[in-house]
Design a protein around this ligand. Structure first.
Ligand code: KIV
Ligand code: ZN
Length: 511
């Protein structure tokens, strides 16, 4: 058996199914390029049949990415499979991933199909997909709650029909690690043609066991793990890429395999995904949380100073933490700026984009004497948002906040070509700002989440604000950054409104 563990990243597909995490084509492209840099083996770029936007996004990723395989998801029907094949036509290496539910509850209540009909649809889908792509993956959805005899029957037939990867999803995050590992072992032992395929797993985190279940499967012969950056995904999310990669790498004595991932790109990938989706990373999150390598207690600090290994099993720099290095200041020139971006793996496509980012850098350097890598990444991200020519843009604002007085905000914004102004009182400066914006825009959206994180340390740090809005059943996240957190809040609110404004009609893959 091979000692290579294939990393299949589904941040752009399952990750995008998190409420509010939907991404534009440009955002998907930026994440895909970072995943390629991370040396992910397979990038699942989306579900092409969901909408024209999804189709275009998968096609754009397939055209841009050369070093990773690009995959598109398709239900087991002709329309979905043909759309996936079409979206992947330009890929250097493509894969069609088709699936159908196999658990009694899904077959009876959702699909309303008999087990034999499900087998027939699966085999037909795999054959059709093989006609369009050399590389086909099949998933029996809700395998964790499916009957073993039925799983063996359907999987044997889809392997014979040409599937090269069999992916076992624990769709609802129900199984226990020992049980899930045993399921993989049993399938590999009982299915006569099991040795013809790569066995893969796809675990959800409803009971917090997605990583444990995936690793247990690896110990039982799985050689592909489907995962997402920061563990993003439906409901409680998917297995987190960074935890899987660093578990097998740190415990090479225990696991019989390793990945081809460039771990130094993990933290930049985490920050990019968090910035684009507006899903902050909890501080105590393994590997990528702000506290993952922070030692607070005196005993621990003393130990680490004497010998790092006393309390650290990984090195922060090996996963891409940059030590908050001071990189540039007010006097740094354009070349130094360009060079540092290059070192961070950020390539701005046009000279115009570089100039605009440099102007923003100079503005930031006027407000903040020390500029760190994190600031640069946020600045470039903010620049990309502006480049997308948003419908609502912040032109200027002023807030008044004084003890004993009602705070007020005056906001000037551009709505398309028109300039609009409004003033409103509020319980605090952020509340007043949102009220002023709403009095102009009248979205009526419900504010579901407001959070502020500081990007670096110090009181002059930039604040990164996330705003989640809900309207007519749609949930969107907006993000904004600034050294002034009230301005960052206004940017985040407008970013969310822009996402609501650009209507994305899409189907959900699992219905
Ligand atoms: O969770 C799941 O079952 C899925 C499949 C489409 C693989 O996401
Ligand atoms: Zn899933």
């Amino acid at each position: 058996m091979t000692d290579r563990l294939i990393i299949f990243d589904t941040t752009l597909r399952d990750g995008e199914q998190s409420p509010g995490a939907s991404m534009t084509r440009e955002e998907k492209l930026r994440i895909a390029r970072q995943l390629e840099k991370l040396r992910v083996d397979v990038i699942e770029a989306g579900f092409p049949a969901a909408s024209n936007g999804d189709f275009e996004a998968v096609r754009a990723v397939a055209c841009a990415i050369r070093d990773s395989r690009v995959c598109g998801l398709a239900r087991a029907n002709e329309h979905d499979i043909r759309r996936a094949g079409e979206a992947l036509r330009e890929a250097a290496a493509g894969r069609i991933h088709t699936f159908i539910a196999t658990s009694p509850i899904h077959m009876e209540r959702k699909l309303r199909m008999q087990p034999d009909q499900v087998i027939e649809a699966a085999v037909k889908a795999v054959r059709l997909a093989r006609g369009l792509s050399e590389d086909v993956e099949f998933s029996p959805e809700d395998a964790g709650r499916s009957e073993i005899d039925f799983l063996c029957r359907i999987l044997e037939q889809v392997i014979a029909a040409g599937a090269g990867t069999i992916n076992i999803p624990d769709t609802v995050g129900y199984t226990m690690p020992e049980q899930f590992g045993a399921l993989i072992r049993t399938l590999r032992e009982r299915i006569s043609n099991a040795d013809k395929v790569v066995w893969s797993v796809h675990c959800h985190n409803d009971l917090g066991l997605a990583v444990a279940n995936s690793l247990s499967a690896v110990m039982n012969g799985a050689r592909q793990v489907e995962c997402t950056v920061n563990g993003l995904g439906e409901r409680a999310g998917n297995a987190s890429l960074e935890e899987i990669v660093m578990a097998v790498r740190t415990r090479r004595d225990f696991f019989p395999c390793d990945t081809g991932i460039d771990a130094t790109q993990i933290v930049p990938a985490s920050k990019l995904v968090s910035g684009i989706t507006g899903f902050p990373v909890q501080p105590n999150k393994a590997i990528v949380g702000a506290n993952a390598f922070a030692h607070e207690s005196g005993i621990h600090q003393d130990g680490v100073l004497k010998s790092r290994e006393t309390y650290e099993i990984m090195r922060a720099e090996d996963v891409g933490w940059s030590n908050n290095k001071l990189v540039l200041g007010k006097l740094s020139g354009r070349n130094a700026f360009r060079q540092r971006l290059k070192e961070l793996g950020i390539e701005l496509e046009t000279e115009e984009a570089l100039n605009a980012a440099f102007t923003r850098f100079k503005d930031l350097a006027d407000k903040k004497s020390e500029i760190f890598d994190e600031d640069l990444m946020m600045l470039v991200q903010d620049e990309a948002v502006t480049q997308e020519r948003e419908h609502f843009r912040l032109l200027s604002m002023m807030v008044h906040s004084e003890t004993g007085e009602t705070p007020t905000a005056r906001v000037v914004l551009a709505e398309g070509e028109a300039e609009r102004k409004a003033e409103a009182p509020g319980s605090g400066p952020v509340d007043a700002t949102f009220r002023a914006i709403e009095s102009m825009v009248g979205s009526g959206a419900e504010l579901q989440l407001f959070s502020v994180n500081s990007i670096t340390s110090g009181t002059d740090a930039q604040g990164e604000v996330t705003v989640r809005l809900k309207k007519d059943g749609r949930i969107v996240n907006g993000a904004g950054a600034d050294t002034d957190i009230v301005v960052a809040s206004a940017k985040a609110y407008l970013n969310a409104l822009n996402k609501l404004h650009s209507k994305l009609e899409r189907a959900h893959p699992q219905v």
